[in-house]
Design a protein around this ligand. Structure first.
Ligand code: HC1
Ligand code: SF4
Length: 570
């Protein structure tokens, strides 16, 4: 153990601990912009400088290890002076129009500048804007980039997509798409992880809230909104609601207050997905020579995009079941429209998703099986939903809980856990067991698939077959998985992959908490909501059962195939 003093506090920490982490352990936050633990420890921003007694040069706290007897000052006059100059230099090359920045009030650069009392920028350089296609779902504003390198490292190390690179030198240094490509020609899967790890507003999703407000104001349009499982775990975070205060009922009430005509649950469609994908798995297992193995889940569009860009020869391994978002859209513009006697062309189908890639999924040319335009018209991230709540001056604390509408609003605990890594697998196994054994298992019988590691392998006995399963989150983990499969180092029957670490709860469209990961906590919320549900098995969802009786007939029927399945094309 190492003994040291930080700002007068004596402490003992293990050897190798960084000064920043030692300080955090006693409640002293050293300001920083570029640092991300184990991912970006390069001290590019120089904001975390601290003074060490007896040393003339300041050191960077993020990547300097503690030393025996060290006496550290994190906020001495010298530290404040140098830190202030370093921040002023960053601001001199930054577009400081905070009032019109999407990250206003949630920007670490803004906070640190304010804390340092910087009210004017003494140096000012004209920062040129690099060209960008603003119709693409991910937008980069080079004038707000502070060259912290977080996006480069997240995309390289966590997602293995290598989309970003540094360009030019000196004061012209910037980050842009690597190899002089345009973003739409790059490998970007739209996972959005670079957005949630950007400390400023240099990266953001395309804002579609204006389109949603226009649909709400159009008297001809019936607005039908669906909310993804993971959204309910995070929508209250930026609104100051804590834990159970940000309930599903208040979320529904907020959507109704905004003015949506029907508020439905993507969880309903997740249950429907289990019926279709589970049946597909059993059909494939029964005719195993006809199919490529393993079967992959297909509900995460970041993962589907990854396969199509990097391993197109494995596209046929993906389940043909569409994602719950897309199944919902197809059902809303057919089954629901028919039941209500609404012309599907008058329905505007909107989703609230924790994901940026869902914007692209909804716009794919083959996602219009209901024959009334795209099945899903507008996709909003959780962050955009929160902006709409704010724009409408809604204080969720004063809202009374409301229930989802029917007939696409009922869901089970199995649909709920789709939003956390391992959840699709667990939900599918609950129903597959029931089909094979003729009775339900214990609802938590397959909890072995839960966990924080990026890759988990588990075997389950189903009838006379042992099912080898694998669950992965994060695309760098997916890349290792694919290489293992390709090289024959491993073999599975059923594989679930989610592009974002932790699953959709850690999605690229979720609220941003600079440098902090919230996926685990949000995943815990989904498991709690699952355990509190009366129904825990997708096949017991009464509205799903009714939809089969009244409209779809049975899983994998002709209608189901037409509306709920698609081939994945490159
Ligand atoms: Fe997801 Fe899914 S779980 S992909 O993470 O299968 O986005 O939450 O909506 O479609 O249900 C996302 C979440 C979401 C789909 C479902
Ligand atoms: Fe990389 Fe994901 Fe960002 Fe695309 S969205 S650049 S894949 S981190």
């Amino acid at each position: 153990m190492i003994n040291l003093t930080i700002d007068g506090v004596e402490l003992q920490v293990p050897e190798g601990t960084s000064v920043m982490s030692a300080a955090a352990g006693v409640g002293i936050e050293v300001p920083h912009l570029c640092f991300l633990k184990d991912i970006n420890e390069i001290s590019a921003c120089k904001v975390c400088v601290v003074e060490v007694q007896g040393k003339s040069k300041l050191i960077t706290a993020c990547n300097s290890p503690v030393e025996e007897g060290m006496v550290v000052f994190t906020n001495s006059p010298k530290v404040r002076r140098v830190r202030r100059t370093n921040v002023e230099l960053i601001l001199s090359q930054h577009d400081c129009h905070c009032a019109i920045c999407v990250r206003s009030r949630n920007c670490n650069l803004q906070k640190i500048s304010n804390d340092l009392g910087i009210l004017e920028v003494p140096f000012n350089e004209e920062v040129p804007e690099t060209s960008w296609d603003h119709s693409f779902p991910l937008i980069r504003d080079s004038r707000k980039c502070i060259k912290c390198m977080r996006c480069v490292q997240i995309c390289d190390k966590v997602q293995a997509m290598h989309v970003w690179d540094v360009q030019n030198t000196g004061s012209r240094t910037t980050v842009d798409v690597a190899d002089n490509k345009t973003i739409d020609c790059s490998d970007c899967t739209l996972c959005g992880q670079c957005i949630t790890h950007c400390p400023t507003g240099a990266l953001r999703e395309r804002d579609d809230t204006d389109k949603a407000f226009a649909a709400l104001a159009d008297p001809e349009k019936i607005t039908v909104v669906q909310v993804a499982p993971a959204v309910r775990t995070a929508w209250g975070e930026e609104l100051g609601l804590h834990g159970e205060e940000a309930s599903e009922g208040k979320m529904v009430a907020a959507l109704k207050r905004i003015g949506f005509d029907y508020v439905f649950d993507t969880n309903f469609a997740a249950d429907l997905t289990i019926m279709e994908e589970g049946s597909e798995l059993l059909e494939r297992l029964g005719n195993s020579r006809k199919y490529a193995w393993p079967m992959f889940t297909s509900c995460c569009p970041g993962w589907v995009s990854f396969v199509s860009k990097k391993y197109p020869e494995y596209l046929r391994n993906l389940s043909t079941a569409k994602s719950p978002q897309q199944m919902f859209g197809a059902m809303a513009k057919t089954y629901f429209a028919q039941k209500k006697g609404i012309d599907p062309n008058n329905i505007c189908c909107i989703s609230v998703m924790p994901c940026v890639s869902k914007k692209r999924e909804a716009s794919l040319s083959y996602m219009k099986s209901a024959g009334a335009g795209q099945d899903v018209d507008i996709v909003l991230t959780t962050r955009e939903f929160v902006r709409m709540i704010r724009a409408e001056h809604i204080n969720p604390r004063f809202l009374k809980e409301q229930a989802f509408d029917s007939p696409l609003g009922e869901s089970t605990g199995a649909g709920m856990i789709f939003g956390v890594t391992g959840g699709v697998m667990e939900a599918a196994l609950r129903t597959a067991y029931a089909v094979v054994e003729g009775k339900n298992p214990e609802a938590d019988a397959f909890r072995a698939v839960r966990g924080r590691e990026g890759r988990r392998e588990t075997d389950f006995v189903l009838g006379d077959k042992t099912l080898h399963t694998c669950t992965v989150s994060g695309l760098a983990n997916a890349e290792k998985l694919m290489e293992d499969i390709k090289e024959g180092r491993t073999a599975y029957d059923f594989v679930e992959v989610m592009a974002c670490p932790g699953g959709c709860v850690g999605g690229g469209g979720q609220p941003i908490h600079d440098g902090c990961e919230f996926a685990e906590q949000r995943g815990g919320t989904l498991y709690r909501l699952d355990s509190e549900r009366k129904l825990r098995f997708s096949h017991e969802n009464p509205e799903v059962q009714k939809a089969y009786e009244e409209f779809l007939e049975k899983p994998l029927s002709r209608t189901a195939h037409k509306l709920l399945h698609s081939e994945h094309v490159n």
